[in-house]
Design a protein around this ligand. Structure first.
Ligand code: CP
Ligand code: NVA
Length: 296
């Protein structure tokens, strides 16, 4: 039996079996939103060094539903902004809260926080990873198709943090992930993902076609024009979706830029499950918090 994970930084902390159990628990959480009080009267610190709508809302609401108190820490309000170290912050938070979530840029910063914290640390998005998003996405697939093993997901666009987490977490669940991106924006070889520069190749036989923004929060604003130009042929459109497997669904982690990475007709169309993904963040993260903070 695999040991219970202490942190959730990339998704690789989970075994395939633990991931599937977590997703089954997330299905249960969705049906029973107030069914667990695993965080009763405990606090979870949520450090935001980058913007957020879904992550903040789903964690705050989810922690409350688990009986806990979400403690929002915006960097500019904390002593981190005045030079207090990550190490000292980790020590102090660990003396007061049940877990720490962090959204930032460098993955090394999150690893340093986890190294010094004695409570679980959750990656709420870094430049390289967005594993909480991938949990919600697998839950969405699981609910749509009734199973995960053998499904194919095509990711089309920038080979970014979301693509990497889908490849890592998807592989753990037996989901085949293909990434179509242009040269210079392709994902590094990871977790056996199939890499191509041709969206039509990626979507062949795919049960889901996924895209994300072309300019991420951790990308330099100066790179935006070149990114948009290079990624233009990688738009998730009805035509691209039609080339996937029959019954394929469209996914997007949001925020969306209709007319860029996704067309308006896909974003609001019949085959999208995008708004389900946004809701599933809460259910999946509640199951994650229960796994990390529950009795050991
Ligand atoms: N998908 C996602 O993480 O959204 P936010 O940036 O709004 O949190
Ligand atoms: N790749 C995007 C995801 C936003 C949820 C970013 O990092 O900005």
């Amino acid at each position: 039996m695999s040991a219970q994970p202490t942190d959730f930084l990339t998704g690789e902390e989970l075994s395939g079996g633990q991931l599937l159990e977590l997703l089954e628990r997330a299905v249960w959480m969705k049906a029973n939103p107030l069914g667990s009080d695993v965080l009763a009267r405990r606090s979870v610190a949520l450090i935001f060094q980058r913007h957020s709508t879904r992550t903040r809302v789903s964690f705050e609401a989810g922690i409350t539903e688990l009986g806990g108190h979400p403690l929002l820490l915006r960097t500019e309000d904390t002593q981190l902004a005045r030079g207090e170290s990550i190490r000292d912050t980790a020590y102090v938070l660990s003396r007061n809260v049940a877990a720490i979530g962090i959204r930032t840029g460098p993955d090394a910063l999150v690893r340093e926080l986890a190294q010094h914290a004695s409570v679980p640390v959750i990656n709420m998005l870094t430049a390289e990873h967005h594993p909480c998003q991938a949990l919600a996405d697998l839950l969405t697939l699981r609910q749509e198709f009734g199973h995960l093993q053998g499904l194919k997901l095509a990711y089309v666009g920038d080979g970014n943090n979301v693509a990497r987490s889908l490849a890592i977490v998807g592989a753990l669940a037996g989901v085949e992930v293909a990434v179509a991106a242009p040269s210079g924006y392709q994902l590094d070889p990871v977790a056996g993902a199939q890499l191509t520069d041709d969206p039509m190749v990626a979507v062949q036989g795919a049960n889901a076609v996924y895209t994300d923004v072309w300019v991420s929060m951790n990308d330099s604003p100066e790179s935006a024009a070149a990114r948009v130009e290079a990624l233009r042929p990688y738009q998730l459109s009805d035509q691209l979706l039609a080339a996937a497997a029959p019954g394929a669904i469209a996914l997007h982690c949001l925020p969306a830029h209709p007319g860029e990475e996704v067309t308006e007709s896909v974003l609001y169309g019949e085959r999208q499950r995008i708004w389900d993904q946004a809701e599933n963040r809460r259910h999946a993260q509640k199951a994650l918090l229960e796994l990390l903070c529950g009795p050991r």
